[in-house]
Design a protein around this ligand. Structure first.
Ligand code: UDP
Length: 443
């Protein structure tokens, strides 16, 4: 798999950043307003009381979240949910995205892959291009001042250093770097390049303690796993009628078994392995259907080439449905596909957290997931689903769940409860408020 991916970047040409069509400020992302109160019946009184208490000292504080894309992928999903809730808690929270041309996002995708352990060839022009786009985005920061600036992932991580250079002084407020990816096997030269940028931050937040690099020196390191929003259109309960309508629209037969993986077309998500596992299952259960659902994120130029590989691997099999956001697959459709699946699959080879796992479990479906990254936090092996490493194991566990629907339902119910306890957005909001309070107190 690693070899396949590395070819994507082989002959790299650096274009000029003058090709970049920027506007004058970082673009704000509009979010749908939400209030905290409706979560009470789902999570109970205590979490809401804790949120109110933690939010009190932070009332009116200005918070900016910065990331690379407004849709597609887990970070956009998280910000769309947590930013409105921060506002309802009394903070002035905003979300803005950086700008960049394809050449920048090609480099940042290579950076993402290298930080997750892929051996790609790097040369100084690639680092320089990343720095230049970060400098351009620092210019777009304007003269705004914030109490807390949360910069998500490596793409915009250089904005703080470049802004300090531009202004001749460090910008005010506390700056936090939120790393959503697994750095354990990061390519040393790429981490060595990024580390000095990250070390300028006041805090670094990771999904798992194992992801924290030993040589990273920042005043505060916090571990905060992501979470899902149970009231979003992606996760809320749906009527049987809506489910039936959506399935009919996409030509999916509700009377036959469905297995689904929802994720970007990316080598780490292993969509080709999912197709192979499906084929093994189909030998025993010929009526099974596979849904491979992928959104094409604006910061992911690799998506289409990987989509084509998946389409090629699927061949003419009419029971494999490759569905993307470009065919109108939005949040409701993803919700339907996950909830109508007998088994949800997330056969990742590497994974930061894997929001889709909690999404599947929350819908009461068992998940067969890759034994990597944040997936074992969510898939408790043999209780909420199964952890697998190979195509064969993925097929075996999926088949077993298809053949034992009662067990599948039991695991799904246990999974929903596990998510309620640990991976709902109110817990994430609480964790952010804790970190902000810690920083405000100079802790
Ligand atoms: N997603 C989606 N449509 C798709 C594919 C993915 O809405 O076609 C969403 C998915 O439901 C989840 C997020 O994108 O909320 C992916 O997050 P995850 O942490 O699983 O993976 P990432 O893409 O961040 O690596």
């Amino acid at each position: 798999m690693g070899g396949e991916g590395s070819g994507l970047y082989a002959p790299f040409t650096v274009l000029s950043t003058t090709a970049w069509a920027g506007s004058s400020l970082l673009q704000p992302v509009l979010t749908i307003p939400r209030t905290i109160e409706p979560y009470r019946p789902i999570v109970g009184d205590a979490p809401l009381a804790e949120i109110r208490a933690l939010a009190e000292p932070l009332r009116g504080k200005r918070v900016l979240h910065v990331n690379a894309t407004a849709f597609g992928g887990g970070v956009a999903e998280l910000l769309g949910a947590v930013v409105p809730l921060m506002r309802d808690a009394g903070l002035q929270a905003e979300w803005r995205v950086i700008q960049g041309a394809d050449e920048f996002f090609t480099v940042t995708k290579a950076m993402h892959n290298s930080l997750q352990g892929m051996a790609l060839p790097w040369h100084s022009e690639m680092f320089e291009l990343w720095r230049r786009y970060n400098a351009l985005n620092a210019q777009l920061f304007g003269d705004q001042a914030y109490d807390f600036v949360v910069v998500h992932d490596p793409q915009p991580a250089g904005v703080l250093a470049e802004l300090a250079r531009l202004r001749g002084a460090r910008p005010p407020g506390k700056w936090l770097w939120r790393c959503h990816i697994d750095l354990t096997a990061a390519l040393p030269e790429v981490w060595a390049f990024l580390r000095p940028y990250v070390e300028q931050y006041d805090a670094a937040i990771f999904t798992l303690a194992e992801y924290v690099k030993q040589d990273l020196r920042v005043p505060l390191v916090a571990i905060v796993p992501p979470a899902i929003d149970p009231l979003s259109t992606k996760n809320m309960d749906l009527s049987a009628e809506t489910v039936a309508q959506v399935l009919a629209r996409y030509g999916i037969d509700a009377s036959r078994p469905i297995i689904t993986q929802v994720s970007r077309f990316d080598p780490w998500k292993d969509p080709l392995g999912v197709i192979d596992a499906y084929r093994l299952v189909k030998r025993v259960v010929p009526e099974v259907q596979l849904l491979l659902v992928a959104s094409m994120a604006s910061d992911d130029p690799e998506g289409w080439s990987y989509y084509e590989r998946a389409a090629h691997r699927a061949g003419g099999d009419r029971d494999i449905h490759l569905l993307t956001n470009l065919e109108g697959v939005g949040n409701t459709e993803v919700n339907v596909f996950q909830r109508c699946s007998q088994v949800v699959i997330q056969k990742s080879i590497r994974e930061g957290f894997g929001l889709v796992v909690s999404e599947g479990l929350w819908k009461g479906r068992p998940v067969v997931g890759g034994n990597t990254g944040g997936i074992p936090l969510q898939v408790l092996d043999g209780t909420t689903g199964f952890l697998v490493r190979t195509v064969e194991a993925c097929a075996e566990k999926t088949l077993s769940l298809l053949q034992h629907p009662d067990e599948a339902d039991r695991m799904g119910a246990a999974g929903r409860e596990h998510v309620r306890q640990h991976f709902l957005i109110t817990r994430l909001l609480r964790d952010w408020l804790r970190v902000f309070n810690q920083l405000a107190e100079g802790g």
